[in-house]
Design a protein. Structure first.
Lengths: 354, 301
């Protein structure tokens, strides 16, 4: 679990997170304060009359960040702006580098996997990757070696001499991931990495991303509207809506906001039990499958629920403290902010995640 | 048995400079081109004229025919073929059909194929930028066309310089009569290669199919010339604009007019009109390419 501080360890070969349980390098570890993943100040982008990003303020560092939001929220625009593809105003830094002054350097640091199918006709998989490597400045021989290595890593070793135009969608998705990795980026940006994949391919893709994060090979930003992907791979999340940030923070800490919420199944007089809890100031709601959802007021301990049940002769069959899923958090922040977020700056740092 | 570590490894090796990066685009395109039989055959055929002309230069400058007993041929050959400015201009002009073929086959699909496969985004998120992407595509065609026009013509020029007999005008009056030919040969080849490359790339960027882009380019070349010929006929001269100046808007006429002017030959279209037309074509082609690439970047494909 990632709660409280995220601390970085530099192992001499790459940055790894201290909470990774499988250190991959035998190098002696030492503490280093790395640059922030994202720093945005009044960051805006427009497409004609449409304000795609509206004055975003954010300071955030994370080994794996999920960008969430409904369609049209501005996730892809944010990524494209960071890569210098879409003109934007305001200030933005990625890994400490100014996106305007150091655009080329940023694109050297970043591996980007686009959302849509993208490939070059008339090439084999390995030659395509070699070209992508050479475009990033790798010498031809090194680019070829990297192409082979990365293809084996993503599980395409057996098909590396096949032409790109004969591959299935799932394989293309992996090729897109491979081309993002071929130059050894420090930040990997994945735009909808699992959309359109079957469950097996999806699991495979997520496990690859998780492996990258776990090995500390680089930081990962995943833009998606599939919440489970973010839940599986990411430590932190930024939720966007209509070009504004509606929530940002550590996923586990966001879940803790639901610590006074409980779910019960009871046997006995439900009406009297609910009435008794309501008198104590609890909010009660009957959920699906006769599950009673109870939110206790702040300061009221869960013990009072048991006492009320004992007093009324109600048998509690099932009782647990409810933890919000990412879906709950997502839906809640979208409901809370029907017209977008406040303009307050959001800061999520290693030291103090919100 | 060796055990290979298939886990993810970061790359920490050396990186090359920007020129190597965008030149990789051209290199991969040439390798792909030469791997196809039709291109390889076409490329070989494109050197035939050079070989024939080289043989002519050799025959006209050496006593080969005499030694082989074909003395009777020397006189008519010398009368029919004179190695001068027109010889080198016609070399470039006769290479143009091959240049056009490569432009249609290789150039028309250069960007449209990337558009069809949403591949532009893959290039421009790499540390090369969209203009270097264009430069890579441009270099693919431009250098190929230069090889077919400038390289071959210059090779003939130097062959003539080397093989000309001591008593010939090529030796006695070289600096006053023939040295200057280097400049028109170079300029004419560069202008033709650059213009053809830029125009076909602009057409290629407007369609997702290389075939349609090629057909549209062909229609433009022929259609523009036909329309302008009609226009010149109908409108004629207006003020300082002469009737022939309208041809400054036709890409075909521009090429020939500039060639004639550079090689000091009589041209129907005035050089100013041709230069204006050329600049206009380059500007419009550049604007189209910028618009299309910016759009592709914004849309993420």
């Amino acid at each position: 679990m990632l709660a409280g501080k995220h601390k970085w360890i530099f192992d001499g070969c790459g940055v790894i997170n201290e909470e990774v349980t499988r250190p991959v390098s035998p190098c002696p570890a030492m503490d280093v304060a790395g640059p922030m993943l994202l720093q945005l100040t009044n960051f805006s982008a427009r497409y004609g009359s449409i304000q795609a990003l509206d004055g975003i303020n954010l300071a955030l560092d994370s080994p794996a960040l999920g960008l969430l939001g409904p369609n049209g929220a501005g996730k892809s625009t944010l990524i494209r702006s960071l890569l210098g593809l879409v003109p934007a105003s305001g200030e933005a830094r990625l890994e400490g580098h100014d996106i305007r002054a150091e655009g080329r350097h940023i694109r050297e640091l970043v591996g980007y996997m686009p959302e849509h199918e993208a490939w070059l006709g008339g090439m084999t998989v390995v030659h395509f990757l070699r070209l992508m490597g050479e475009l990033c400045g790798l010498p031809p021989r090194a680019a070829m070696e990297r192409a082979h290595e990365v293809l084996f890593y993503v599980g395409l070793g057996e098909i590396r001499y096949r032409p790109l135009n004969g591959l299935s969608y799932g394989l293309h998705q992996k090729v897109r991931l491979a081309q993002a990795l071929v130059h050894g980026p420090r930040v990997l940006i994945l735009d909808e990495p699992t959309s359109g994949l079957d469950p097996a391919a999806r699991e495979e893709m997520l496990s690859l991303i998780n492996d990258m994060v776990a090995r500390g090979a680089g930081k990962v930003i995943i833009s998606t509207h599939i919440l489970r992907d973010v839940e599986t791979c990411c430590k932190d999340v930024v939720v966007l809506k209509r070009g504004k940030i509606v929530a940002a923070g550590n996923i586990d800490q966001m879940r803790h906001t639901a610590e006074n919420s409980f779910e019960l199944r009871i046997k006995g007089d439900q009406e009297r039990f609910v009435a008794a809890l309501s008198e104590l100031g609890c909010e009660c709601r009957l959920g699906r499958r006769d599950v009673l959802e109870i939110i206790t007021p702040n300061g009221l301990r869960p013990r009072v629920i048991h006492e009320a049940a004992l007093r009324l002769g109600v048998q509690i069959r099932h009782f647990y403290a409810r933890r919000d899923s990412l879906e709950d958090i997502f839906l809640k922040v979208l409901e809370d902010e029907p017209n977008g977020a406040t303009d307050q700056p959001v800061t999520v740092t290693n030291a103090e995640p919100i | 048995m060796a055990v290979y570590d298939l886990s993810y490894q970061t790359y920490t090796g050396p990186r090359r400079g920007p020129v190597h990066r965008w030149l990789a685009i051209a290199r991969f395109a040439w390798v792909e081109m030469l791997s196809r039989r039709v291109f390889a055959i076409l490329f070989t055929l494109a050197w035939l004229q050079f070989i024939v002309r080289l043989a002519l230069i050799y025959v006209l400058n050496t006593p080969l025919l005499k030694s082989m007993g074909f003395e009777a041929l020397i006189g008519p050959l010398n009368e029919a073929i004179s190695i001068d400015a027109a010889f080198f201009k016609s070399m470039i002009d006769w290479q143009l059909p091959f240049c056009f073929m490569f432009v249609f086959i290789l150039g028309a699909g250069a960007i449209s194929r990337d558009l069809a496969h949403n591949a532009i985004i893959l290039y421009i998120v790499k540390p090369i930028g969209r203009y270097e992407y264009l430069l890579g595509k441009f270099a693919t065609l431009f250098l190929l066309l230069l090889a077919l026009s400038w390289l071959q013509t210059m090779a003939l020029y130097f062959a003539q310089v080397l093989l000309a007999p001591e008593t010939s005008a090529w030796r006695t009056e070289f600096w006053s009569q023939y040295f200057w030919l280097i400049f028109p040969i170079t300029l004419y080849s560069v202008l033709l290669s650059a213009s053809l490359s830029l125009l076909v790339l602009a057409f290629s960027s407007t369609a997702r199919s290389g075939r349609y882009a090629g057909i549209a380019f062909l229609i433009y070349l022929i259609g523009a010339h036909t329309v302008i010929a009609l226009l010149a006929e109908l409108i004629g001269a207006i003020g300082p604009i002469q009737a022939h100046d309208w041809f400054g808007l036709s890409p075909l006429a521009i090429g020939y007019a500039l060639g004639d002017w550079l090689f000091s030959q009589q041209a129907e279209v005035r050089p100013a009109a041709a230069w204006f037309g050329l600049a206009l074509h380059w500007l419009v082609a550049g604007a189209i390419l910028k618009w299309r690439l910016d759009g592709a970047a914004r849309q993420g494909n």
